[in-house]
Design a protein around this ligand. Sequence first.
Ligand SMILES: *Cc1c(COP(=O)(O)O)cnc(C)c1O
Length: 355
Amino acid sequence: MYPQIIIDLNKVEENSKIILEKTKAVGIKPCAVTKVTCADIEVAKTLLESGFEELADSRIENIKKLKSHFDNKVKTLLLRIPMISQAKEVVQYCDTSLNSEIETIKALDKAASDLGKKHNIILMVDLGDLREGIWPSSIEKVQEELRKLGNINVLGLGVNLTCYGGVIPTEEKLEELLELKANWEHKGMPLKVVSGGNSSTINMVLEGKIPTGINHLRLGESLLLGRETIDRGHIPNTHLDAFVLVAEIVEIKEKPSLPIGTIGQDAFGNSPVFQDRGVHKRAIVAIGRQDVDLNLEPIDERIEILGGSSDHIILDVTAIPTLKVGDKVEFIPGYGSLLQAMTSPYVKKVYKHSK
Ligand SMILES: *Cc1c(COP(=O)(O)O)cnc(C)c1O
């Protein structure tokens, strides 16, 4: 059945071990982020067997699936700021959640009290990327509010960078986080965790620039796709092809490269622009924007992606005269494509052990 995504579990394992070795060397115990695989159980199992002790996801549904599959033995972290309407489930299924709203934390405290549990939170601080997090100037006020909550355990402070604003983690940014932690602790509330970001912080780990005191990271893309997320550079010795997408050619023909007729909008409301390459060989593969976001790299470098619609991707395959209808084309998915392919019910998941 095609399209399919081939998941090489040995490569996931080798990537995990490399990342864990690098982070351990600088005193960091990262969690593995499962959201880009839609909390795939085989991948999660591999991450745990490779040495990760905590799995993180942005969706409560995924965390529930992980908790029930691994018999509550896995430690879970909820990445997205919780909805108040899900407070009870958050306390039930997540050992820890990232938070930035006092009203929500109060709802978690109430839910924890009702369930006779304690709930751990990591308080997110916004250091300028402008996605989630409390503003540093309001941290003292929040601390005083949190002090009153009997069922909330403030595990630490965290930051998220390079997600919305594209702000790069630097020594200054992380020192700022450590300073906020020191000020917090001066008021008699010790913190165990300083969570220094996502895969965009991995460069600082590799370059030995991570300030002492940062002891947690939340890593998804770097360990699954082998790339840091500032320039998408290859992390040395990791596999870039732990995930490979395979699609089947349903049409292959010589056609002009410029549409013939008056040009309106394409299927997604854009006004397309075309480059005249003369008559060339074009292939259509049976996969589309319903399954991927077109950020795909054909493994055969002679293939070029021209565009796509909901269910079709159009390729220039002029350089491979032998290709025919029914042949399969392989791609390395980018982050968005992997996320979509793992979530799409139309993409078959195939597990492989390269060893
Ligand atoms: C998705 C996410 C991560 C993981 O990001 P990667 O770039 O895949 O490492 C970390 N933290 C938060 C809050 C996230 O939402």
